[in-house]
Design a protein around this ligand. Structure first.
Ligand code: CU
Length: 153
């Protein structure tokens, strides 16, 4: 019995090593109003011992996806801009949340309420296919900020 359990454990961990142990928790897409881009929030978790970087995302439901972050500018306001990648530490995570890193999704081709597939790509060749629900974005201040910033681009 003990030998069997040990074998099963070894098999389990070997399988885990072979597969990408990256997950997205609480992923959801808030659609922009009208032609405005959508935003994806969630927590990307890396449960492997290899640090990597999130370098891109794509979805059949969007024309293109950019990695964005917010930085405080010299006048104290938060500005959104695109970045090349996000660091994803070993046994760590990266938060995609309002006021921080987020994926900006342009050119939605679906309907509100659709559950859409998104592929996240990592620097070490790993990728993660997730499904996230699309929701209408509430009209609040942060939405206004997004609108303003994107109108300036
Ligand atoms: Cu953005």
């Amino acid at each position: 019995m003990r030998v069997f359990v040990l074998t099963a454990l070894v098999a389990f961990f070997s399988l885990g090593q072979a597969h990408a142990q990256i997950t997205l928790q609480d992923g959801e897409i808030k659609l922009g109003i009208g032609e405005r881009p959508a935003v994806l929030h969630g927590v990307v978790k890396n449960q492997s011992k290899s640090a990597t970087r999130l370098i891109g995302a794509s979805s059949p439901a969007f024309e293109r996806i950019e990695l964005h972050t917010h930085t405080k500018s010299s006048d104290g306001t938060m500005r959104m801009h695109s970045v090349e990648s996000y660091a994803l530490p070993a046994m760590g995570s990266v938060d995609l949340k309002p006021g921080g890193h987020h994926l900006m999704l342009f050119g939605f081709t679906g309907q509100i309420g659709d559950i859409v597939g998104v592929r996240l790509s990592f620097a070490d060749g790993r990728s993660l296919d997730i499904k996230a629900p699309t929701k209408a974005r509430a009209k609040h201040k942060s939405n206004h900020m997004h609108k303003m910033n994107h109108e300036m681009n």
